[in-house]
Design a protein around this ligand. Structure first.
Ligand code: CAA
Length: 246
């Protein structure tokens, strides 16, 4: 076991990458808070990894809402005595070519992906500073480096990289590490709206010519969450089969 009862919060954990992260952290010894805007998928995920429910808590939480986040943290404090690990994974896309993108599409993606990361991180930092220990892992994207049709999403994912590096500088002296993972083409529901011709184009240029799996991201999260990475902070780790080097 890499963890000994550490409490890990994973946002957007009802399915896809977040669910894989929650499962793997749990299997490695963490107690888990499964947060998702959709309560039924949060419950289903927690139930599948911890049927007895003693070491997990499933909560519905819209990370873009300050009040909802505050309510979630009251519930977390009732069940668990501490927070050791935060994985900011919740994210949405509302893809459109820039000349067709509406203010609503821009704003909603900023609210969930970037402001959600701010609100969740704001809630855990005081606890981690007091404890003088913490691990914050942000899930960005290779789209941070630009992707046609994703001006809003790319702006948030690049924002998460800047936020990560700033937090790493501010929080290192409190023994809190902050790192960012950049998933590439990962086989989840998010890819369903992408035209097949575009997906084929990505695969044809990737050195490792397969879609990534949610577990590929979960493995990287476990590394950053564990003591194996205690001297690593402020780094970006692309997990993308070489997508970013082509
Ligand atoms: N590169 C170059 N040109 C492109 C392009 C691309 N990747 N995609 C579209 N275009 C061009 C089209 O050829 C077209 O050109 P013409 O006007 O000359 O014909 C023009 O842009 C408009 O394209 P569409 O007809 O497709 O425009 P649309 O408004 O119907 O759809 C879109 C636009 C919604 C962005 C659609 O193209 C799309 O879904 N693209 C995929 C976006 C994407 O990559 N999303 C990633 C989701 S997965 C994810 O985000 C996870 C992660 O972290 C990586």
């Amino acid at each position: 076991m890499r963890f000994h009862d550490d409490v890990a919060i994973v946002t957007g954990a009802g399915r896809g990458i977040g669910a894989a992260i929650a499962r793997q952290l749990f299997l490695e010894g963490c107690r888990i808070v499964v947060l998702d805007i959709d309560e039924s998928s949060a419950l289903a995920c927690a139930q599948s990894i911890d049927p007895a429910g003693h070491r997990s808590l499933a909560l519905s939480c819209d990370v873009s809402s300050k009040d909802t986040v505050a309510r979630a943290f009251l519930r977390i404090a009732e069940k668990f005595d501490t927070v050791d690990i935060l994985v900011n994974n919740a994210g949405i896309t509302q893809d459109a070519m820039f000349h067709k993108m509406t203010l609503e599409q821009w704003q909603r993606v900023i609210d969930v992906n970037l402001t959600g990361t701010f609100l969740m991180t704001s809630a855990v930092v005081p606890l981690m500073r007091e404890k003088k220990h913490g691990r914050i892992i942000n899930i960005s994207s290779t789209s941070a480096y630009g992707n046609v049709g994703q001006a809003n999403y790319a702006a948030t994912k690049a924002g998460m990289i800047g936020l990560t590096k700033t937090l790493a500088k501010e929080l290192g002296r409190h023994n809190i590490t902050v790192n960012v993972i950049e998933p590439g083409v990962i086989e989840t529901g998010m890819l369903k709206t992408v035209p097949q011709s575009i997906k084929d184009g990505w695969l044809s240029m990737m050195p490792i010519a397969r879609m990534g799996q949610p577990e590929d991201i979960a493995n990287a999260v476990c590394f950053f969450a564990s003591n194996e990475s205690s001297f690593i902070t402020g780094v970006e780790l692309p997990v993308c089969g070489g997508f970013l080097i082509v």
